[in-house]
Design a protein around this ligand. Structure first.
Ligand SMILES: *Cc1c(COP(=O)(O)O)cnc(C)c1O
Length: 434
């Protein structure tokens, strides 16, 4: 399989180039040149296979002979050391728990796969991974790449805009992981990363991206949609409700669907940052600043993967396959309280936004469908919000508790290109460390 840019579908690159450069030279995002279709036998057997088997067969079809199948299997086995259980909550809504990895968010799937794949593909090249994060991405990437030989990681996060726990997960690794605290918004972080990639003066650093703009993050995320289907107990057609920010997660689901996974609709569930809704209505994304919300990993004003979605589907097709929902902070707290009271299930604020999307879709589509909400983070990552919604904290898993006592080390940077270049060139001593 070869990959091409969303901005130029005619020239193609191989898998190592797509993965190790992250962004195409023309500023576009890589997509597989074509989406394969898997044989009926694969879909028929789906319930009988284990997760690793399913993921290997599925991704083998997507990457083709770019990677030997046993190498692909080893990469997946090393990355997917935890499951994605589907938990029925009401008779029509189930929750797919994607937070059983080391940093308690779905991004562990993509980040762990990408780290192992990059290690395989890099050969003797030295790599510098840049990642802009609104919270969870950076944590997953730092954890996934920590102590991976020959790869340095710089995590850019917006100062004061991640939760205290998230900040610990970004800033306490050391070794090959450097945390950069940017005096700006997530959009600033993302802009700085994009500018660094396009700067020929930095090409000696072997810069690559670990954001969801990297196809290596997106591909493994397709597979847990299949894992959800394996665990279904009812036969009705499925609506997936996906808490969304940069639209990587829902893009992965849509790719799985285009390869053959039967899905009725995808709900793109957003907080007050409703760029996708605006896009569906008008065909353009308005220029706005991101709004801060309780579901901060979704505080994105310009979703980078929209370019992939529109590369895969026309606006009309998107309107057909997707629905959009939005929920403000007040509504998010109300959903968390209500689901806890009614079902004894604690949702994190992102998943609560997804829950609302599922309810709205079921209302709109009527009987005969069921909904799966992607639980993108564990509620213990957001103890302040959980307490505000429910008047008590949820249980904290040990792998999170152990981070709290570690010491934060981060370098503060203004949101400009020169500052980032200084940091990447190791001129960090001029910067203040917190
Ligand atoms: C990153 C993240 C999202 C948004 O995912 P996208 O792929 O950017 O749409 C939602 N919830 C949580 C908890 C996240 O960390």
């Amino acid at each position: 399989m070869r990959f091409n840019s969303t901005r130029n579908r005619t020239s193609t690159v191989d898998l190592p180039t797509a993965v190790l450069t992250g962004l195409a030279p023309d500023g576009g995002l890589y997509l597989p040149e074509r989406l394969p279709s898997l044989p009926h036998a694969f879909w028929d057997q789906l319930p009988n296979l284990d997760f690793i088997e399913v993921a290997t067969d599925f991704l083998a079809a997507l990457v083709g002979n770019a990677l030997a199948k046993d190498e692909l299997r080893a990469t997946i086995e090393g990355a997917f050391t935890f499951d994605a259980p589907l938990v029925p909550v009401t008779d029509r809504i189930s929750v797919l728990e994607l937070f059983h990895g080391p940093t308690l968010a779905f991004k562990d799937f993509g980040a762990r796969f990408m780290a192992r794949l990059m290690l395989k593909l890099r050969g003797t090249r030295k790599l510098t991974v840049l990642v802009a994060t609104s919270g969870d991405t950076g944590a997953a990437v730092a954890a996934g790449f920590h102590r991976v030989p020959g790869i340095d990681v710089y995590v850019l996060y917006p100062s004061q805009r991640v939760s205290p726990l998230q900040e610990k997960q970004l800033t306490t690794w050391g070794d090959n992981i450097t945390a950069l605290e940017i005096e700006g918004t997530f959009d600033d972080c993302q802009r700085m990363v994009k500018a660094a990639f396009l700067d020929p003066g930095l090409s000696d650093l072997g810069l690559t991206s670990a954001n969801s703009i990297n196809i290596a993050r997106l591909l493994p995320q397709c597979t847990y949609y299949l894992r959800a289907m394996q665990q279904l107990r009812r036969a009705e057609p499925v609506v997936f409700s996906v808490p969304s920010g940069n639209l990587g997660n829902v893009c992965a689901g849509i790719m799985a669907h285009l390869v053959g996974l039967p899905v009725e609709r995808f709900v793109v569930a957003q907080n007050a940052n409703d760029a996708f809704e605006q896009y569906l209505q008008t065909g353009v994304v308005p220029e706005r600043r991101a709004t801060r919300t309780l579901s901060n990993a979704m505080d994105v004003s310009v979703p980078s993967n929209l370019e992939r979605l529109t590369g895969l589907l026309s606006l009309e097709q998107l309107r057909h396959l997707t629905m959009s929902s939005t929920l403000d902070d007040q509504g998010t707290l109300a959903v968390m309280a209500r689901v806890d009271r009614a079902h004894g299930v604690v949702l994190d604020p992102h998943t609560a936004v997804g829950w609302h999307g599922a309810e709205q879709a079921l209302d709109q589509l009527g009987p005969g469908v069921q909904a799966i909400v992607l639980a993108t983070a564990h509620p213990a990552k957001f103890p302040e919000v959980v307490e505000e919604a429910m008047g008590r904290r949820s249980d904290t898993p040990e792998r999170l508790r152990s981070m709290v006592d570690r010491r934060k080390v981060a370098y503060r940077l203004p949101p400009d290109h020169q500052a980032l270049e200084d940091a990447l060139r190791g001129r960090l001593s001029a910067l203040s460390a917190d």
